[in-house]
Design a protein around this ligand. Sequence first.
Ligand code: PLP
Length: 438
Amino acid sequence: MSARTGSLHERHRAVLPRWLTLYYERPLELTHGAGRHVWDADGNRYLDFFGGILTTMTAHALPEVAKAVGEQAQRLVHSSTLYLSRPMVELAERIADLSGIEDARVFFTTSGTEANDAALLLASAYRGGANQVLAMRNSYHGRSFSTVGITGNAAWSPTTLSPLQTLYVHGGVRTRGPYAALPDEEFIAAAVADLEDMLAHTRPAGVAALIAEPVQGVGGFTSGPDGLFAAFREVLAREGIVWISDEVQTGWGRTGDHFWGWQAHAAAGPPDLLTFAKGIGNGMSIGGVVGRADIMDALDANSISTFGGSPVTMAAGLANLGYLLEHDLQSNARRVGAELRERLVAGAEDLALVREVRGRGLMIAVEVVRPGTGEPDPAVAALVLERAREAGLLIGKGGGPGGSVLRIAPPLSLTGEEAREGAELLVAALAGVDAELA
Ligand code: PLP
């Protein structure tokens, strides 16, 4: 047995797998949080512009959520789906009503991966065992065997051996790929023609679903034009193929203009299945699928979920969602997000390092390149992350090919003052790296 000695970082390295991504050369040990701030084990305070990974939806250590969790934990921590559970039924009712899907059913899981896995299983069962899936290039859908198989991002997809056969579709990225130079309507027409062509070369009866993130998260907060999925929907509906909207990052008002990402494609109506996770539990592990009753009921076997829908996480979800709606944090995300984006655009104007500032609501990306070459470079993004951290600001990174995108996704209660402070810190970090690399 190896000695359990050394720094926490060394012990982490010795006992956890090496592919478990850690940020920073000196990784952070976070000890507590409040509002939009977190503290590390050395007592340093950080403004949190990444919210875990978009998991802290409302605020860190929100008293309303802490109270609900504490009270539930003192009554009953676990019961399993074999018994009736009031918090599970109540949260399911709220999510069904919010989903926009008529007469919806909800199934709770404990992560986004498992939610997508369940959605794929349901779609396949509904489609008579079909095992092909249409997924977008540059997508990310999880880390299980089936979800890495449909993830269109090699950096996060370690195997091609998946139980599913994936057909990758164009259109998730407005600024890259064969249609990038086209105006929106022509872009959509080209992507639809590609989808039709792909279906003409396979047997549509073998295709269970199209799964897509309305705004790609790990792929670098990027999307196709509004209306793309409404156009895709027409083709899918003709063949009876299920549309799964992966709202793990885009749900709950994060994008400001809409409560769900699919609403930017509203002409199509709601998706057949919608998967959610991350923000709903404010850090507690809740994921799930909400969808059409005929698809949700398509499994012809018994099932349980030992931890999905457990009372403590459901209590957290109910309190968190209640706070979000009561304080209209979607509107806050729209207002404060727009201000933050404008400040970043203005601050980045003269920096060779910044290729683009984009985003919606509090889902904002700054795409960086190496000054001189103008090429994406993950090392440049990593350097900005380090400099921002030194200044007391936590942000995320990501991006598809090139992996050179900074991701900003604070808790949705971010104040105008905090947005100004964060923008100043980030622009200073960008300017510092720009000068360093010039
Ligand atoms: N889907 C999307 C869009 C995600 O961004 C993620 C995680 O980042 C997942 C699914 C997987 O969620 P989890 O990490 O909770 O399994």
